[in-house]
Design a protein around this ligand. Structure first.
Ligand SMILES: O=C(CO)[C@@H](O)[C@H](O)[C@H](O)[C@H](O)COP(=O)(O)O
Ligand SMILES: [Zn+2]
Length: 193
């Protein structure tokens, strides 16, 4: 049992390390774009399924409330929370449309969209990402190393794994790093180098 726990820990660290080694520069660029977006009055729309829906909500809360410092709220909205909207779209149209229609309604050209899918191919995430691009939003894609999302996103972050749990663990690390950098860039965090 202990071996299995340690193997999982080791694998998680390995995937995160490999991911950061490959993507550190892109993470920094993405944070700069995000800070500019908020500075210019844009917002961040987030969406995903299952654990990634929880991640979308978790990340939105970091921006709206705060991450590590006292500062004004930043506009971020998870498209996974309004059961009336989601059930009406799912019921009248299809599950594939639940994020796409919300992006159509709420997305503006200077906003950013963050689509999260560990398979890289959930149809409702892919459709909403295509809509976001069509409407002029900048798209961040959180995925694993498979699927279409990495080809579509302006900032593709593909975790080098095919295991959903390992991918999700890296996504939340990445999200926390992006929140931290964005706060530093916008509000001159005391720890800013
Ligand atoms: O959290 C987990 C598994 O760790 C699940 O809830 C998982 O998120 C769901 O099966 C999702 O539907 C998977 O979708 P996706 O990541 O491939 O877009
Ligand atoms: Zn999970």
């Amino acid at each position: 049992m202990k071996k299995s726990i340690l193997d999982t820990l080791e694998k998680s660290i390995q995937v995160k390390t490999e991911f950061i080694n490959h993507h550190a520069g892109a993470v920094e660029k993405c944070a700069v774009h995000m800070a500019e977006t908020f500075k210019n009055g844009g917002k961040l729309l987030l969406f995903g399924n299952g654990g990634s829906a929880a991640d979308a909500q978790h990340i939105a809360a970091e921006f709206i409330n705060r991450f590590q410092m006292e500062r004004p709220p930043l506009p971020a909205l998870a498209l996974t929370t309004d059961t009336s909207v989601i059930t009406s779209i799912g019921n009248d149209y299809s599950f594939e449309d639940i994020f796409h229609k919300q992006v159509q309604a709420l997305g503006c050209p200077h906003d950013m969209a963050l689509g999260i899918t560990t398979s890289g191919s959930s149809p409702n995430v892919i459709k909403a990402v295509k809509t976001a691009k069509k409407q002029g939003l900048t798209v961040i894609g959180f995925s694993g190393n498979r699927g279409e999302l990495k080809e579509l996103a302006d900032f593709p972050f593909c975790v080098p794994s095919t295991v959903t749990a390992r991918i999700q663990e890296t996504h939340i690390l990445l999200a926390h790093i992006l929140c931290d950098l964005t706060e530093q860039l916008l509000f001159n965090h005391p720890q800013c180098p």
